[in-house]
Design a protein around this ligand. Structure first.
Ligand code: PEP
Ligand code: MN
Length: 360
């Protein structure tokens, strides 16, 4: 970050800015004085609130050199990051499929859906105990203890690692005790910083959904926040949680014919901007099983490292999102996705890394 002082700014004004950066944010400054004064800020400048600096007397401009989502940015970590959920790799050259019922409803339904997902070729099982819904009147899951008991049974029955959405921080310990292998942050919680902060203190992988009304910078900043582990006073928790997986699912748009507006261009774009694994959700974006298959192929062709989709043993009886759940056809979808992935293996992602060009 560079802070340009206005012409004629006094040395006291410069001193106050340097003081704010060093004492409030714990960062280092380097000051260059020529016709005007320029202050370079070193360290994780994401924590600096530029509006607060702009308000200070004598400040002319604040220029951010690096993205706010530094830890998630490919500019600071060129190679793809591979995150392991249980023993299953996500990211890099891998194609990883997360699937299973939208929600745990009964033991019988959950186990039947889990077997269906495993037989179709899923690598990681959705075992969703708690649900954040479009309407709070809709089905929100069983009691947490009972739901986690069934989640464990799904894992034991299939031998697959499980992902489950955490909505309420009070349940984090129970999730960890139950052996949840990856914790999902749903679209509705994607900017809930107390949740992101707690998840930055553990090392269990986090699947961060794209918030319903978030732009890319906000989404990637959420990911970087989990990775750097800032507490509310702006202090960095040692380590943070580096095991973050992004999950694209579209945003709310004026179009209501599909459930959410999913822009396929976001997939190669986010891959170019971030080194983190990126999966996509064709079920919650399209909202309709008739669309899921083709949308899934589109996401893989666009460069996603995998998908997460709804598979239900009996969608007609589902308490949650039956309309978008697939059944045995999941097997065909996964086989075709693997073929598309294989076919496009040699097609890289344009990372947009600057190339130096010698000018004569
Ligand atoms: C889900 O994956 O079950 C879900 C509710 O998705 P989202 O948070 O993207 O709406
Ligand atoms: Mn759902």
């Amino acid at each position: 970050m560079i802070i340009h002082m206005a012409p004629g700014a006094t040395s006291e004004q410069v001193g106050r800015v340097v003081d704010r950066i060093t004492s409030d944010y714990g960062l280092l400054c380097e000051t260059i004085v020529s016709d005007t004064t320029v202050i370079g800020v070193k360290g994780i400048a994401s924590i600096v609130d530029e509006d607060r600096i702009l308000e200070m007397p004598g400040v002319d401009k604040v220029i951010r050199i690096t993205e706010k989502y530094k830890d998630a940015s490919r500019n600071f970590h060129h190679d793809d990051t591979v995150v392991r959920v249980g023993t299953v790799p996500v990211g890099g050259d891998n194609l990883t499929v997360f699937g299973g019922p939208c929600a745990i409803e009964t033991e019988e339904q959950s186990l039947a859906s889990a077997r269906m997902a495993r037989d179709a070729g899923c690598d990681i099982l959705r075992a969703f105990v708690d649900k954040s819904r479009t309407s709070p009147y809709d089905y929100r899951g069983l009691a947490i203890d009972r739901g986690l008991e069934i989640a464990r049974a799904m894992k034991a029955e299939t031998g697959l690692p499980i992902v489950s959405e955490l909505i309420d921080l009070r349940h984090l310990d129970a999730f960890l005790r139950a052996g949840v292998d990856a914790i999902q942050v749903g679209a509705r919680s994607a900017q809930y910083s107390p949740l992101l902060e707690e998840l930055s203190k553990i090392d269990v992988p986090v699947v961060l959904k794209h918030g319903l009304g978030n732009d890319m910078n906000e989404w990637l900043s959420g990911a970087a926040f989990i990775m750097s582990g800032l507490d509310r006073s702006g202090h960095i928790t040692p380590g943070g949680n580096r095991n973050v997986i992004l999950c694209y699912r579209g945003i709310k748009s004026f179009e209501t014919a599909t459930r959410f507006g999913a822009d396929i261009g976001m997939v190669p774009l986010v891959r170019s901007k971030s080194h983190l694994p990126l999966i996509a959700d064709p079920s919650h974006s399209s909202g309709d099983r008739k669309l899921v298959e083709r949308v899934a192929y589109g996401f893989i062709a666009a460069g996603a490292h995998g998908i997460e989709f709804d598979i239900h043993s009996n969608p007609a009886e589902a308490l949650c999102d039956g309309k978008q759940a697939v059944q045995e056809e999941a097997g065909r979808i996964i086989t075709n996705m693997r073929a598309i992935h294989h076919l496009l293996e040699g097609v890289g992602i344009e990372t947009g890394t600057a190339t130096a060009v010698a000018v004569g």
